[in-house]
Design a protein around this ligand. Structure first.
Ligand code: NAD
Length: 396
């Protein structure tokens, strides 16, 4: 007897035809000057779970300009809001779900992917439910609140034969990709030190980000993860040890449950050292600088949705030249990211940032907390290969 799960493993005829169209377009992408989007009926349908700030301000507009992906359903705890948004984006009432009837999404053939954009503690539950419903899963960062949860999410997607990708948008962004290329090819020599900071002010104590049970922690898993994940991406290496310090201003109601600031140092097999800072109690700043033998280079801002700026300082003969680099044509990071996932589903490729990439960050985050708590260096697993946890490179 064929079970429900086995049936989900094989795409329907309609899905096959979508996959072929997307895969064909993706293969020709680099050959064409103006690559055409695939027909809207052949794009993969996304159900977005959680209609908060990121969804409303970034993801829904991004889905409108995707080439292989489109909005197909909305999942929200607020029915009025969902109906209003559905009307704005032309989604029928049959494409609106709440957290209770979410599992019925298995019967909606318009939905290929579930994109989870909920508070961090809910990523685990909704990933598992989405996989059981036979849908591929794109999950916001941080993947979950614990290593155990991340492992269970990976297992659930493997069991259901569904793909799982973590939405690390920086790994789909062109400036960061160029910096990665320079770093890997040692354009300015061997990397010695990296300085990276991501900070902002938490608006108040009554937001989910200030509750440990929802956020999993404070600045570290929410915004400090950009420092960690981006350095791992740029170097392609995994840190071998971590030393961390944290501080929360006494009496500040925002930091009763979660940390305000975290500083952590990472060591890498190549000898590169990283100094990372993150805080929920400073003016917004998002930048990094990479110091190598013959120059330094970086981005400021580095992690914004747009307007990234590159700075380079290099040694020319005996002179040091400081320059701000020309700009690159920016693409919507979220659209590139979602189309990469659609392409991976259609062409059966491992996403560049699969669940394993999110799990590795969570292992390091747990070690950072342990180091700050115990006041000592924590050793991490040693990997000699590059890009151990990454899948297929996105094509720009
Ligand atoms: P938000 O507070 O704006 O939205 C959260 C949504 O979850 C809201 O619609 C809210 O109603 C819903 N929700 C359901 N249960 C809830 C509960 N118990 N408490 C609070 N809200 C609940 O948050 P956001 O900024 O959109 O963040 C959502 C996720 O996206 C987080 O995991 C965050 O880390 C991630 N994020 C990623 C980026 C990025 O650049 N990739 C940027 C911002 C946020």
């Amino acid at each position: 007897m064929i079970t429900n799960t086995q049936l989900q493993r094989f795409p329907t005829k309609e899905q096959e035809s979508k996959y072929q169209a997307i895969c064909h377009a993706a293969k020709n992408k680099q050959k064409e000057k103006y690559p055409a989007p695939v027909d809207p009926e052949k794009r993969l349908g996304y159900a977005v779970v959680g209609l908060g700030k990121l969804t409303l301000e970034e993801l829904l507009p991004a889905l409108s300009i995707c080439k292989y992906s489109k909005l197909a359903a909305l999942v929200s705890g607020d029915g009025d809001k969902a109906r209003k948004v559905a009307q704005q984006y032309g989604i029928p009432n049959t494409g609106i779900y709440n957290y209770q009837n979410f599992d019925d999404i298995k019967n909606n053939p318009e939905v290929d992917v579930v994109y989870i954009v909920l508070p961090n503690s809910m990523h685990h539950e909704f990933t598992i439910r989405a996989a059981k419903a036979g849908k591929h899963v794109l999950c916001e960062k941080p993947m979950a609140n614990t290593v155990k949860e991340c492992e269970e999410m990976i297992t659930a997607c493997q069991k259901a034969d569904r793909k799982l990708m973590i939405a690390y948008r920086i790994q789909y962004e062109a400036y960061n990709a160029l910096i990665k290329q320079w770093t890997r090819e040692e354009k300015y020599g061997k990397v010695k030190i990296i300085e990276v900071y991501n900070g902002q002010n938490l608006p108040g104590p009554n937001v989910w980000r200030a509750k440990k049970s929802l956020g999993g922690g404070g600045a570290l898993p929410d915004i400090g993860i950009y420092c960690l994940n981006t350095i791992r991406y740029l170097l392609g290496e995994e840190p071998t040890s971590v030393l961390a310090h944290s501080f929360s201003t006494p009496g500040d109601a925002r930091f009763r449950e979660v940390e305000e600031s975290m500083l952590f140092q990472l060591t890498f097999p190549s000898g590169a050292l990283a100094m990372c800072g993150t805080s929920y109690g400073t003016h917004m700043a998002k930048s990094y600088k990479i110091y190598a033998d013959e120059g330094y280079y970086g981005l400021d801002p580095a992690f914004s949705y747009s307007g990234l700026q590159m700075h380079v300082s290099e040694q020319l003969d005996t002179k040091i030249e400081l320059k701000q680099m020309p700009t690159i044509r920016e693409e919507d990071q979220f659209a590139v990211e979602m189309d990469h996932f659609s392409e991976c589903i259609a062409c059966d490729k491992q996403p560049y940032t699969p669940g394993e990439e999110g799990l590795q960050d969570m292992k390091i985050i747990e070690a950072i907390y342990q180091s700050a708590y115990e006041g000592r260096i924590i050793k991490l697993d040693y990997y000699t290969e590059q890009d151990v946890f990454r899948g297929t490179d996105p094509i720009y």
